[in-house]
Design a protein around this ligand. Structure first.
Ligand code: MN
Length: 488
């Protein structure tokens, strides 16, 4: 299990008795949080920190601990902040400053100076906060009594973002083929992606996969077909085409296991040795949390895996999506998202059907794919683009809606959504910000989760929501360019 270090700050001034009490209180809070964060991370109480050496030691320990995904700081008493400088410089883990108290209520009838000495987070956390700000440290500040539901929910969101950051640091991604010829937004700096996020992105020849596909046995295919029958409705007699996809999925699973890979891309321009474009196989893998990006879009594939990880345990769906076409009926504009084949069945509102149809692009045999109508509800669309001197995340709030009419001739899975704050503003904002035609859509995560992820990874972020105004957005984008050029 991954861990969060809970670090309680104090100083030598108060005597052994007060310090022992402060340590016990910190331990109690850590244990409470640990129970609340069950399944996400264990919260480990650290010994009380009294001076610069202890502060630095615990942050060095946290930074070197591969299981540690983040650090939580809380100043129970006053804790002079110069003693935190070297510690904060050493801390390499996502950081939460929890501004809370051991006591919820003020004990009006008994409060005395001993109580004041022990319980002065209002004082100590401000001193600590100043040095974080002075050092330019990116951190999340959560304020409130630690047992309150709203506070716990925020701490959970921090922990899940920290899990996602940690997951990214160990993420290996395979690109079968390169990115689609001449496409700009799917391309990008793979070295920078590893420096910034830890994503290890490597090219593999499609032939490496074909060798495994050709060695798949009939028994293995039979097991996979049973899985498909359990999950999906077959509306095709072309069993052979479905079995072909089963072979792809089995081979991809073997390959990913062997190479410890959790996200991949492919491209219809490089399918040498494959009879079909992988469709059903990719879709079934996406539903298991495998990150996927088509046309060599490694950024979207990695982001899909990372955001899926962040959403674990929550209700809702997360996966790759492509902006495709619109219904431009005045004041009722809707967007239709889909792809040639690869839409994750986590988005299905109806039981997905396995269908086999020709594919206009790629010149291959008719591929099997899952077809369904998409879920409804509030969601976000998130795009990661390479601006040349930095990455930018764009997060748009959307409302997924029921498709107004059936689309009997459209043989792919699709989602429909309303753009916020309104169609004209939201679509223009996305395009001004440089948002891609590929995104990760999630009904499990919110814009606040993406804000947190952007903060913890120090990534530039543009949010498009109910408050978006084009004039303000354009100024904001210019400012972001200025800041990035200053940093260069
Ligand atoms: Mn595409």
């Amino acid at each position: 299990m991954k861990t969060l270090y809970f670090i309680t700050g104090s100083q030598d001034l108060y005597g052994e008795e007060t310090l022992a009490q402060a340590e016990r209180d910190g331990k109690e809070i850590a244990e409470y949080l640990s129970a609340q964060l069950k399944g996400i991370a264990d919260v480990i109480a650290c010994p009380i920190v009294r001076n610069s050496t202890e502060a630095e030691d615990i942050c060095i320990k946290a930074s070197a601990d591969k299981d540690c995904i983040g650090t939580i700081f809380w100043m129970h008493t006053f804790s002079p902040a110069k003693m935190w400088i070297k510690a904060l410089q050493a801390n390499r883990k996502p950081m939460l400053h929890l501004h809370t108290q051991y006591n919820e209520k003020l004990p009006y009838s008994t409060i005395d100076m001993d109580f004041m000495n022990l319980n002065q987070s209002a004082h100590g956390d401000r001193e600590f906060g100043f040095i974080c700000t002075r050092l330019g440290i990116k951190r999340e500040i959560i304020v409130g009594y630690y047992k309150h539901t709203s506070v716990i929910n925020k701490i959970k969101a921090f922990a899940q973002a920290a899990v996602a950051v940690d997951f990214g640091k160990n993420l290996k991604l395979a690109m079968f083929g390169n990115n689609m010829r001449d496409v700009a937004v799917t391309d990008g700096d793979r070295v920078e992606a590893e420096i910034k996020y830890g994503w290890n992105v490597n090219y593999y020849g499609i032939g490496d996969l074909c060798d495994i596909i050709n060695a798949v046995t009939a028994d293995e295919v039979s097991v996979k077909m049973t899985e498909y029958h359990e999950k999906y409705t077959f509306t095709t007699d072309n069993t052979q085409a479905v079995e072909e996809q089963a072979r792809y999925e089995i081979a991809l699973e073997k390959f990913m296991q062997r190479e410890k890979i959790s996200a991949f891309t492919d491209t219809f321009e490089d399918l040498h040795g494959l009879k079909q474009l992988p469709g059903l196989s990719v879709q079934n893998l996406m539903a298991k949390g495998v990150g996927f990006g088509p046309e060599g879009d490694f950024k979207t594939a990695a982001l899909a895996a990372v955001l899926y990880k962040m959403s674990e345990g929550r209700k809702g769906a997360t996966g790759f999506m492509e902006d495709y076409t619109y219904d431009l009926t005045e004041n009722e504009q809707l967007e239709l998202g889909a792809h040639m084949l690869e839409v994750s069945p986590v988005f299905a509102d109806t039981k997905p059907e396995i269908q086999v149809h020709p594919l206009g692009i790629g010149g291959k045999a008719d591929p099997a794919r899952l077809v369904f109508d998409g879920v409804k509800g509030d969601g976000i669309a998130v795009s990661l683009v390479d601006m040349g001197n930095r990455f930018r995340l764009i997060c748009a709030e959307i409302e997924l809606v029921k498709q107004p009419q059936a689309m009997p001739k459209l043989p792919v899975a699709r989602l429909m959504w309303k753009i916020k704050p309104d169609f004209e503003t939201g679509a223009a904002a996305w395009i001004y910000a440089g948002g891609a035609h590929h995104a990760v859509v999630s009904t499990a995560l919110t814009a606040d989760d993406i804000r947190l992820y952007a903060k913890l990874t120090d990534t530039e972020l543009v949010v498009i929501d109910d408050k978006t105004d084009i004039a303000e957005l354009e100024t904001h984008l210019e400012m972001l360019d200025c800041i990035a050029n200053m940093k260069k």
